[in-house]
Structures are given as structure tokens and as C-alpha cells.
Ligand binder design. Structure first.
Ligand code: MN
Length: 722
């Protein structure tokens, strides 16, 4: 730019602004110009010319001072050595954060799989959520880049044009930024559908003269009639953007010649009443076509678009669309959300926060039902927003939570202390119970009290693992004593049924062994687990009883495990080890225990390996055994099946098991609702590995089954071989 051009540009930027604002703009201009000095664009132009062009677009939309400054500075973090901290030192908020927001969006790479695209769009929305001006700057940036796309290599052109058409243009549409959307679409079409673009471009030009004269004549008549009534209005002819015509042709499967309303006349006047006056006048001049009248003034579109639309049988019998609106409605129609930042208007009915929340809520609503059938949008609708709610703090900050989250999740998301001290919540200024599921767009206010603290039932109210862990942590640390006390009472009672007590010599003698076998550190830990409900007092008490009786009983019985052939040890006491739970068909081995006979392990049993290593060199305790095929025992197996939860699942599983003549001894199931999975445990007696494999294969084929495994009960194996 020449010095004169710079001067004019700066004068335009500063026009109608306070001296402080004007100074800030000049500072931003100089700062950015210096930082980008020496850098060139692909076109060969100085890089800073791009920043100027983007800012010009912002100025056209009459954006506020912060946005204009951020427009000048928008590429400074990405492309120069200037850091965020430096920017914060030089410019007041929100300028540094606006620039940072634009930079963050620029680093999003859209070309990847569908899920990532949806994720990217979500990030874009969150950036917008912080300050929607970020996206306005980004749109201007994208528009200028599209206008200068011819300088980039072909491959890059296509990628950028595709993103523009798939993501930026629909979003601009949703934000009501029609002018930017139309131009983005036309530019993208030029690169993505070059032949169609050229054809339409030529046709509209060829057909233009005839239509132009028709439209000129119509405008003349309107101007004369409106002036007669002393009304002030501006009248213009408008042609639909090419991509709009292209889409209409494709959607309705019609030819160019059949698209009859690609030109329209727009009348912009001063007041709402005058719009209706002019409508009456238009209808008195030409006959309106039935069902083509739309009153978007009384019933604005959801993006706040307002206008009167009518189509009349105009000159030479041509259908002519006429739009009537006020100047302010026109601004909203062209600039959408950006219209709210008009700097010349001192009056602000809404606070910044109100405005932001209002737009965000709408945006979230729109995103839910974007009509575009593209896969991307489907992915967005399905994966991203189905499972997520966006809520807001009273200050307007966005909090993203999984669907089904409650005010407690929200509270813990903000801060652990806020969660721990939470006594209530207000959602959208109304008091609600802590179990109320939050909805997208809710403004959530957490009420705290210094006397409040988490309780156990909170665990059922929360959805996020963060909240759950924080609550558990609190309960564990702060209420440890209480649970230990409860645990002590419970264990005391359970011991009593066995003739024991916490001070009984047998109890004290076995205590250490039991604690070890349960992998606890101390009696208090054990008592806590009982009090908290994660260990059963009677199970624990049984361990003290069992240890006492076990050796006596075993010695006296001297029973053989059936189905095993021992070589040369015919009368030995044999039992199946519980650590690996061998079943007929498994390769097996015998281990001579101290005083408790021979235990049968799978030859691959890890516990056995450990024993071997501990007794290194002493192989005399290992004996060869084999299955007695004449006399096989029924063996108990424990199966764990994970499946997608659905109705009839348990029925199908048990049906499959009984199909091969097996009975279920025991079954447990639980549902992991956040994964939509069900986990089953079956205890079944089977004959041999062949039968087991057959069963496993059949279960695998039950629809919905994700995995199936054989399990051994861990705690029972502990201390088994002592
Ligand atoms: Mn840029």
C-alpha cells in the first residue's frame, strides 16, 4: 500500500471511534505491520496485505474496536515470533484472546476421518463459545484466503475449497452471515465444480441483459410509486448466488431455464410499519402469487432473519420475487451474528454475557438439526452431540459434560472444593434437585456451604468418573474412621457366629495371614473394606474359621480326586488346585504339598511355576499324572461373558448353554450402562476341554457377544499352597 492508501485505511478504521479506540487501532496496525515485515504471501504480495484485507471485511461489517484490532493481529501468533504473553503485555483483553482463538482454529486440520472432523468442529464451536467474534474473524480470514486461492497449488486448492464448502459455509449460514456464506460457496464451487461453475456463470451473464432490463423497469416503477407516497426506501436488484442456483437445480432436478426466481428485488426502508405499507403497495401494483408470501418479520427465522417475501406476477407476466425489510433487518440478514457488534450503536439492550449465551444456545440447537444430509453432519449429530451436553457457568464459560450429567458433575468439573461443599443448584435460575440431568444450554449455578460434605449416595447421582473419584476419595479419607468403626462392628458380629471375637487368640494368631492373603496392609484397611461394603464380613470371618478346621477335615477324609491316574502313588490324597482349575483334557501335572497331599495343576499354571522357582533344584515334588479317561470328573468352570446389552441376551446365552446339555449352576450379571454392555458370570459343570471349546465357540456366535473368558477365583488361590 502507498502511504496515502495507508492513511485512508487508518482513517476509515478510526472513523466514529473514541480517541482511545483510535489510538489502539493505530497501535495494532503498526505492531502487526512490523511483525509481518518481510513476509510474503503465495501471490508475492506482502503478508500484511492479507491482514489488511481481513480487517477491511470486518470494517464493512462495522465490527467493534477489539475485533478490528484482532483482525489486524490475527496471524501474528501463528506466523511471527510474537508470543501470547507479549501480546497480552501490549494489548488489553479481549484482543489477545481473540487472536489466540483464531490461531487455535487455524491449527485444526479438517482432512481426516469422520470422527476427527466432528471433533474438530466441536473444538471450533468451543472456541466460538468463548467469544463468537473469534469465528467472525476466522470467516473473514477464510473469505480472503478463498479470494486469493488461485496462487496455491492445485491439491491445496481442492482441500481448502472442500473445507470451505463442508464446514465454513454451513456454519456461516447457521450464524446468519449470508453475505459471507454466499461468497464462500461461489468461490468453493469455482474450484470443486469448475465446469458447472463456468456454465452457470456464462448462462447468467447471457440471460442477464433481458432480465436486467426487466428488473430495471420494475425498480423504476417501484421507485416512482414509493416516492409518490413520500416513503424513503432503497431498491436494488439482486441475483441469487451461483451455488444457490446450482443446488436448486440439483435438488429439484431442474434445468437452468426452469430456475425462475434467481433474481429478486429488495426494498430497504426505515421502519417496520413502512415494510407493510410497501407490501400493500406492491400487491396493488402486481398480483401476488398465492402461497408465495412469507412474513419473516412477524415470525423471524431461527437465525433471527427478518424480512417480508412475496412473489408477484410482474412485468411481461414474469414471476418476480420482492423482499422488503428495514435497514437493521438487512444488516442482520447479511452479517448475522456479527450485526450485534456494530460499534456505532451505543445502546446495548443485552449484556455481553446474555448475548453470548443466547447465541450459543441457538447454535447448539441448530447444530442438532442441521438439515445437510452429508455424512460429516451425520457423524457430528451421532457421535459428538448425542453423548455430550454443553452447559454454562453464570459467567458464560462453557462446560462440556457427558449426557446424563447432573449438577454434582458440573460442580466437580469446576473445582473439587465446589463439589465437596455443594448443597444445591440452580439451573436457569430455578432451584433443582442434585439428580436433575443437565441439558445443553443450561446455565448452572452451584450453591455451596462450608458445612456441606459428600455422602455415599452421591455416587449414584454422578455420571463422570472425575466426580465419582473425587467423592470416593473424600469418603475414603474423611470418613475412614467411620467406615472402620462400622466394619469393626460387622466383623465382630460375624466372628461371634463362629465363636470367635476380635480379641480371641485364634483370631489374633491368624490375623496376619488373612490380611496378607487379602492383600490388605492392616486390620484397619480390612475393616474399612468391610464398612465400605466392598468386602463381606461373613466371608472374612469364615477365613478364620476355615483355617482352623481345614487340616483336620482333610486329614481324616483322605479322599481321592476321581479321574486321575497317579504313577506309583496310588493312595495319595489328591485334589484339584483352585489356582488354575484344571479340567479334563488340559495337560496336567501333580505337586506334592507339605502335608496336604498332591495338588493337580495345569502344566501351564503360573502359581506352579512360582513354586518351582522357589524350590529351585528340588524337582522331587513334581509328579507325573494323567487323566483317567474311564472315570472323568465333572469339572466346574467359571465363564465371564461380555456382550452388548440387549433384550433377550441372557435368555439366548442360557439357551446356548443348555443346547449342548449343560446346566448353569450359578449365574451373575451386571450392566455397565455407560458402555451399554452387560457382563455375565456363569458357573457350569463340564466334562472335558472338548466340550468346553464347543461351548465357547457357540457362545461366541451369540449376537452381541464381545468376549468370553475362563476365570479362576483369585483370592482363593492365595495361600493355597502354604
Ligand atoms: Mn490469516
Amino acid at each position: 500500500m502507498t502511504i496515502a492508501e495507508v492513511k485512508t485505511f487508518l482513517a476509515d478504521l478510526k472513523k466514529d471511534r473514541s480517541p482511545e479506540d483510535a489510538a489502539l487501532i493505530e497501535k495494532a496496525y503498526n505492531f502487526a505491520e512490523e511483525a509481518h515485515r518481510g513476509q510474503k504471501r503465495a501471490s508475492g504480495d506482502p503478508y500484511f496485505s492479507h491482514c489488511v484485507a481481513v480487517t477491511r471485511l470486518l470494517l464493512e461489517m462495522e465490527m467493534d474496536t477489539a475485533t478490528v484490532c484482532a483482525g489486524l493481529l490475527h496471524d501474528i501468533l501463528e506466523d511471527t515470533a510474537v508470543t501470547f504473553n507479549l501480546l497480552q503485555g501490549e494489548f488489553p483483553e479481549p484482543i489477545p484472546h481473540l487472536v489466540e482463538g483464531v490461531t487455535k482454529i487455524s491449527t485444526i486440520r479438517f482432512r481426516s476421518n469422520m470422527e476427527k472432523q466432528a471433533e474438530n468442529l466441536r473444538r471450533m464451536i468451543l472456541a466460538m463459545a468463548k467469544d463468537i467474534r473469534v469465528i467472525i474473524i476466522k470467516f473473514c480470514d477464510r473469505l480472503h484466503n478463498m479470494r486469493t486461492l488461485q496462487y496455491l497449488p492445485d491439491q491445496k486448492q481442492l482441500i481448502i475449497a472442500r473445507d470451505t464448502l463442508d464446514i465454513y459455509a454451513p456454519l456461516a449460514n447457521r450464524l446468519g452471515m449470508m453475505q459471507i456464506r454466499s461468497e464462500l460457496e461461489d468461490l468453493a464451487m469455482k474450484y470443486l465444480y469448475p465446469d458447472d461453475y463456468q456454465e452457470l456463470f456464462d448462462k447468467t451473464r447471457l440471460r442477464a441483459p433481458k432480465r436486467a432490463s426487466l428488473i430495471d423497469r420494475t425498480i423504476k416503477i417501484l421507485e416512482r410509486e414509493i416516492a409518490k407516497r413520500g416513503i424513503h426506501a432503497m431498491i436494488e436488484g439482486r441475483s441469487k448466488h451461483l451455488y444457490g442456483i446450482f443446488q436448486k437445480m440439483r435438488k429439484q432436478n431442474i434445468t437452468f431455464e426452469e430456475v425462475y426466481d434467481f433474481t429478486a428485488i429488495r426494498i430497504i426502508t426505515d421502519t417496520l410499519e413502512l415494510c407493510y405499507d410497501i407490501l400493500g403497495l406492491v400487491h396493488s401494483l402486481w398480483r401476488p402469487i398465492p402461497n408465495r408470501f412469507r412474513d419473516f418479520i412477524a415470525l423471524p427465522k431461527e437465525n433471527q432473519y427478518q424480512s417480508l417475501h412475496t412473489t408477484v406476477v410482474g412485468l411481461e407476466g414474469e414471476a418476480t420475487e420482492i423482499q422488503i425489510r428495514t435497514g437493521e433487518m438487512h444488516r442482520v440478514a447479511e452479517y448475522g451474528v456479527a450485526a450485534h457488534w456494530k460499534y456505532k450503536e451505543g445502546k446495548k439492550g443485552l449484556t455481553d454475557i446474555d448475548l453470548r449465551l443466547q447465541w450459543l444456545r441457538q447454535l447448539i440447537e441448530w447444530l442438532k438439526d442441521i438439515p445437510n444430509p452429508g455424512e460429516f453432519i451425520d457423524a457430528l449429530r451421532g457421535d459428538v452431540f448425542a453423548d455430550i451436553v454443553f452447559c454454562f457457568t453464570p459467567k458464560g464459560d462453557v462446560v462440556e459434560l457427558p449426557k446424563g450429567s447432573t449438577p454434582l458433575d458440573f460442580a466437580y468439573h469446576i473445582h473439587t472444593e465446589i463439589g465437596n461443599l455443594c448443597i444445591g443448584a440452580r439451573v436457569n435460575k430455578k432451584y433443582v434437585s442434585l439428580k436433575t440431568p443437565l441439558q445443553s444450554g443450561d446455565v448452572v449455578e452451584i450453591i455451596t456451604s462450608n458445612h456441606a460434605h459428600p455422602s455415599r449416595d452421591w455416587l449414584d447421582l454422578v455420571q463422570t468418573s472425575r466426580a465419582r473419584n473425587k467423592i470416593k476419595h473424600y469418603l475414603k479419607t474423611k470418613e475412614l474412621d467411620q467406615y472402620v468403626r462400622i466394619g469393626r462392628d460387622l466383623l465382630q458380629k460375624a466372628l461371634k457366629t463362629k465363636g470367635l471375637s476380635l480379641s480371641h487368640p485364634v483370631f489374633l494368631e491368624k490375623l496376619e495371614g488373612v490380611i496378607k492373603s487379602l492383600r490388605e496392609n492392616s486390620l484397619d484397611d480390612l475393616l474399612f473394606e468391610i464398612g465400605f461394603g466392598s468386602a463381606s464380613a461373613s466371608d472374612i470371618a469364615a477365613r478364620f474359621g476355615k483355617l482352623e478346621e481345614k487340616p483336620k477335615r482333610k486329614k481324616g477324609k483322605k479322599s481321592h480326586a476321581p479321574g486321575i491316574i497317579l504313577h506309583g502313588l496310588d493312595n495319595a490324597l489328591v485334589r484339584y488346585s483352585k489356582c488354575c482349575n484344571p479340567i479334563p483334557g488340559d495337560p496336567i501335572i501333580g505337586f506334592v504339598t507339605r502335608g496336604r497331599g498332591i495338588s493337580i495343576h495345569k502344566s501351564s499354571c503360573p502359581a506352579l511355576m512360582r513354586q518351582k522357582i522357589e524350590n529351585s533344584g528340588d524337582s522331587s515334588r513334581i509328579v507325573q499324572v494323567e487323566w483317567d479317561s474311564e472315570n472323568l470328573p465333572k469339572c466346574q468352570v467359571n465363564l465371564r461373558v461380555v456382550a452388548r446389552d440387549r433384550t433377550g441376551l441372557l435368555k439366548d446365552l442360557s439357551g446356548t448353554i443348555s443346547q449342548i446339555g449343560l446346566n448353569v449352576e450359578e449365574s451373575h450379571s451386571r450392566v455397565i450402562s455407560h458402555k451399554n454392555q452387560a457382563v455375565f458370570r456363569f458357573v457350569i459343570f463340564i466334562d472335558d476341554t472338548k466340550q468346553l471349546n464347543d461351548l465357547l465357540n457357540r457362545i461366541k456366535n451369540v449376537p452381541g457377544v464381545i468376549s468370553i473368558s475362563r476365570i479362576v477365583r483369585k483370592q482363593d488361590t492365595q495361600g493355597d499352597e502354604k
